[in-house]
Design a protein around this ligand. Structure first.
Ligand code: SAM
Length: 230
């Protein structure tokens, strides 16, 4: 398994006023908007007859799930949508399909809060998977649906040029690239490209053939003028 030496800090756990739980309504809106697209893709593109083996088990992973409740909304929607698809394919559907959901985040994520949020009447088997999603997290060909929202823009590390005073990409101790030189932007961009490549390589091995992946990533247009917008 790949090891990633990231000094990432988790979202604020617990359920206090500053917790992610109580400060993630913007992400919630994005996730709600994406629901429609995910449902359409499951209906049109998921090859349910090919992906389900005789065990009738459907495995979902939410990568960078944080502490909830958004992740719970996401997985319930995916499950409902897959059930609909399965019913339309298999007319004598008798609830035979079983679901297992893997909630992944970095090891310091407050999984206890997430587990407390899980509905007691949930219709799926749940497990927490600590680890960095730039590396392998699951066995080969074991997942049917991979979801990740508002997490992939987190870099696995600070590009080293940004901390090197002798480099043209030295970022003067700042952690952002607004109004920085092109060298700084390029260093961030190169790290993002590396991280995405590692992420996609890992998922390519873990997803079953015919499975689906939904990625929601916040973006800015090229050459965004920070001075004007903020
Ligand atoms: C803004 S939260 C998004 C939570 C949730 N997906 C949502 O849409 O509300 C981003 C999460 O990604 C996690 N994350 C960042 N880098 C990660 C990595 N390399 N591997 C796993 N999780 C990561 C963070 O710990 C954090 O919990």
């Amino acid at each position: 398994m790949d090891s990633i030496t990231a000094g990432l800090s988790p979202m604020k756990g617990g359920d206090g006023p500053y917790s992610y739980t109580n400060n993630s309504s913007i992400q919630r809106q994005g996730v709600e908007i994406a629901k429609v697209l995910i449902n359409e893709d499951i209906a049109e593109k998921l090859a349910i007859n090919e992906v389900i083996s005789s065990s009738k088990l459907f495995s979902i992973a939410d990568l960078g799930c944080s502490v909830g409740p958004n992740t719970i909304i996401v997985v319930e929607n995916i499950i409902d949508s897959v059930k609909l698809k399965y019913q339309s394919f298999c007319h004598n559907y008798q609830g035979a399909l079983e679901f297992q959901v893997f909630f992944n985040d970095i090891p310091s994520n407050d999984f206890n809060v997430l587990f407390k949020f899980l509905p007691s009447d949930r219709k799926y088997f749940a497990a927490g998977v600590p680890g960095h999603f730039q590396g392998r997290l699951f066995p080969k060909a074991s997942l049917h649906f991979v979801h990740s929202s508002y997490a992939l823009h987190w870099l696995s590390k600070i590009p080293k040029e940004l901390k090197d005073k002798a480099s043209p990409a030295w970022n003067k101790g700042r952690i952002y690239h607004a109004n920085a030189s092109d060298d700084v932007r390029e260093a961030y961009s190169a790290q993002f490209a590396k991280d995405m490549e590692s992420f996609l390589n890992a998922r390519a091995q873990e997803l079953v053939c015919g499975g689906l992946m939904a990625l929601i990533i916040p973006c800015l247009p090229d050459r965004w003028d920070f001075c004007e917008k903020f």
